[in-house]
Ligand binder design. Structure first.
Ligand code: UDX
Length: 475
C-alpha cells in the first residue's frame, strides 16, 4: 500500500448500492465490511422497501431511498419482474441523482465520494454515477462463469430454440457447460430475456468490475472476462472472493429475515459430518410434489437433517412454515416435528451452519453465495438448481470441482421416490461421498490459501483498494 495511503483513505467515502434481494445484499454488505476495515467510510444507499436494519451496522451510514415500492412478487411472471426491474431502476436513478447531487453541491461535506459500487443488475445506478461525475464500479454477485455465459450469448443465437436432444451437448465456447445448463436459452420467453440479460450484465461502462469469486474457483472464466473487458486492463477486473472469507469475522449479518440460532445448539448435539443441511436460498420456490419427496427422503434416509422451510417455499402458495409442514403425510410429519433427528427452521444462520463440524452435506439450489459458502467450508453438495445461474453453478460443483452431484442428472424432470434418499446416502456415507468430501476439502484449502498474503484473492483485494485510491484526489 502506498505511502500515506491510510491517511488519504480516511477522507474517502464509498457509496454502495445493493440490488434488492438477499442473495445480492449479502455480497454487497460483505464488500462494505471489507472496505470499511481497509479504512474507507461506507454509505449504503438502498431501496427503502428492503428491510435493512441500520442498527446492526453502526459503522456504516445509510441512505434509504424512498422508492415507493412494497417489493416485487417474483413468483408472478417474468414480464412483471421486467416491469419491476425497469421501474425501480428509473426511480433509484433519479433519487440518487437528487440526493447525491445535493451532497456534492454542499461543499461543506467533509468526505468526498471516491466511487459508487453498484450491483451490475442495478444498471441505471451507473448512469446516475456518470451524470454526477463519480466513478462507478460494477459488483457482479453471481459467478464469473455466469457472467462469461451472458457475454457469450450473442454467439449462441443460432441455437435458439435449442434443438431437441441437444441438452447434453457442450455449448460452443463454454466447456464444460451443456446446453441444458444455460437456463436463459431454455426459457419460453428467451427473446425477451436476451436484451434484459445484455443490459444487466453490461460490464463495459463502469470504471472497474469486481466479482464475488477468485482464481482458485474460476480461473478460466475470469481470464475470458478480462479479455472481454478490453484486454490490457482497459476496465480492470478484480476477483477478491469469496468475500465471506475475507470479511472481518465480526461482520454483522445482513440477513433480511430473522435467523434461528437455536439450530446451532441442536447441531452441537450431533456427530461430526452427520447432518445434511437443506436450503433453497431466498427466492427459489418448489412444487408441492417435490417438497413431499424431500420430506419422504429425509424421513426414510435416517440421516440427521436441518431443513430451511421458508414460509413462501412452495410454488404459488404463501403461508407459514407450520402450515406448510402440516400438509405432509403423518409419518413424515412425525419424524420432522417430533424426533430429535431433524430440525426445521424458517431461516438459518447459514454461514455458521456450514462452518459447523456436524454438517456433512448440503442439499442446495446452488445460488452463488450458497455455493461458495459450502466450498469455503469444505461441505459436499447435492445440487437441485431452481433457475438462472444456479444450473451453471451446479455444473461447476459436480463436473469441475467434483465436490457434489446433480440430483436428477441435472435435468428438470420431477424426481422419483427414492432418488433424493439415494443421493443423500451417496454423499453422506458412500465411497463416492468420501471422494466428494475430499474434493470439497481441497476447495476449502485452495480458498484459504488464496485469501492470505500472496494469495490471488488477497492480491486482488489489495489491487482493488489501490485502484479506488487512484480514482481521484480527496478534497
Ligand atoms: C439469488 C439467486 O438465486 C442466486 O442464484 C444468485 O447468485 C444471487 O441471487 P439466492 O437464491 O438467495 O440468491 O441464493 P444465494 O446466492 O445462495 O444467497 C442466499 C444467501 O442467503 C446466502 O448468503 C445464504 O447464506 C443466506 N441464507 C440462506 C441464510 O442466511 N439463511 C438461510 O436459511 C438461507
Amino acid at each position: 500500500m502506498e505511502e500515506g495511503g491510510e491517511k488519504r483513505k480516511q477522507k474517502l467515502r464509498i457509496v454502495l448500492v445493493p440490488w434488492v434481494f438477499q442473495g445480492h445484499i449479502n455480497p454487497m454488505f460483505l464488500l462494505a465490511s471489507i472496505l470499511h476495515e481497509k479504512g474507507f467510510s461506507i454509505t449504503l444507499a438502498h431501496a427503502e422497501f428492503t428491510p435493512i436494519d441500520p442498527t446492526s451496522h453502526p459503522h456504516f451510514s445509510f441512505i434509504p431511498l424512498p422508492d415507493g415500492f412494497s417489493g416485487p412478487d417474483v413468483g408472478i411472471s417474468f414480464g412483471s419482474f421486467l416491469n419491476f426491474h425497469s421501474a425501480i431502476n428509473t426511480k433509484i436513478e433519479s433519487l440518487l441523482l437528487d440526493r447525491l447531487g445535493r451532497e456534492i453541491d454542499d461543499e461543506s461535506g467533509a468526505e468526498k465520494i471516491a466511487c459508487i459500487i453498484y450491483d451490475t443488475i442495478f444498471c441505471n445506478v451507473e448512469s446516475a454515477a456518470h451524470r454526477l461525475g463519480i466513478p462507478s464500479v460494477s459488483l457482479h454477485t453471481s459467478s464469473a462463469t455466469c457472467l462469461r455465459v451472458h457475454l457469450n450469448l450473442p454467439d449462441l443465437q443460432s441455437y435458439i430454440p435449442i434443438p431437441d436432444g441437444f441438452g447434453d451437448e457442450i455449448a460452443p465456447g463454454l466447456d464444460p457447460l451443456r446446453f441444458k445448463d444455460l437456463d436463459i436459452l431454455l426459457a419460453p420467453h428467451v427473446q425477451e430475456m436476451l436484451p434484459f440479460v445484455a443490459k444487466t450484465s453490461n460490464v463495459t461502462t463502469a470504471a472497474a468490475v469486481i466479482l464475488n469469486t477468485g482464481s482458485c474457483l474460476e480461473q478460466a472464466s475470469l481470464e475470458e472476462i478480462k479479455k472481454k473487458c478490453g484486454g490490457g486492463g482497459a476496465i480492470p477486473v478484480f476477483a477478491p472472493g469469496p468475500l465471506f472469507k475475507l470479511a472481518p469475522s465480526a461482520s454483522a449479518s445482513s440477513s433480511l429475515l430473522e435467523e434461528n440460532t437455536d439450530c446451532l445448539k441442536w447441531l452441537d448435539r450431533q456427530a461430526p459430518d452427520s447432518v445434511i443441511y437443506i436450503s433453497m436460498g431466498s427466492l427459489v420456490r418448489i412444487e408441492t410434489d417435490e417438497f413431499k419427496e424431500l420430506a419422504h427422503a429425509l424421513a426414510d434416509s435416517e440421516q440427521p437433517f436441518l431443513w430451511v422451510v421458508r414460509p413462501d417455499l412452495l410454488q404459488g402458495e404463501a403461508g407459514t412454515t407450520a402450515a406448510v409442514i402440516e400438509r405432509l403425510p403423518e409419518k413424515v410429519k412425525r419424524v420432522i416435528l417430533e424426533e430429535e433427528r431433524g430440525m426445521v427452521v424458517e431461516w438459518a444462520p447459514q454461514k455458521e451452519v456450514l462452518a459447523h463440524k456436524a454438517v456433512g452435506g448440503f442439499l442446495s439450489h446452488c445460488g452463488w453465495s450458497s455455493t461458495v459458502e459450502s466450498m469455503g467450508e469444505g461441505v459436499p453438495m447435492i445440487c437441485r438448481p431452481g433457475f438462472g445461474d444456479q444450473w451453471v453453478n451446479a455444473r461447476y460443483v459436480s463436473a469441475v470441482w467434483g465436490a457434489g452431484l446433480e440430483l436428477g442428472g441435472g435435468n428438470r424432470k420431477a424426481l422419483e421416490r427414492g432418488e433424493i434418499e439415494a443421493a443423500i446416502k451417496k454423499v453422506m456415507s458412500g465411497k463416492l461421498g468420501e471422494e466428494m468430501r475430499k474434493k470439497a476439502g481441497d476447495m476449502k484449502s485452495k480458498i484459504e490459501s488464496s485469501i492470505v498474503k500472496g494469495g490471488s484473492s488477497y492480491n486482488d483485494l489489495d489491487s482493488f483498494v489501490q485502484f479506488i485510491l487512484s480514482l481521484q484526489q480527496p478534497n
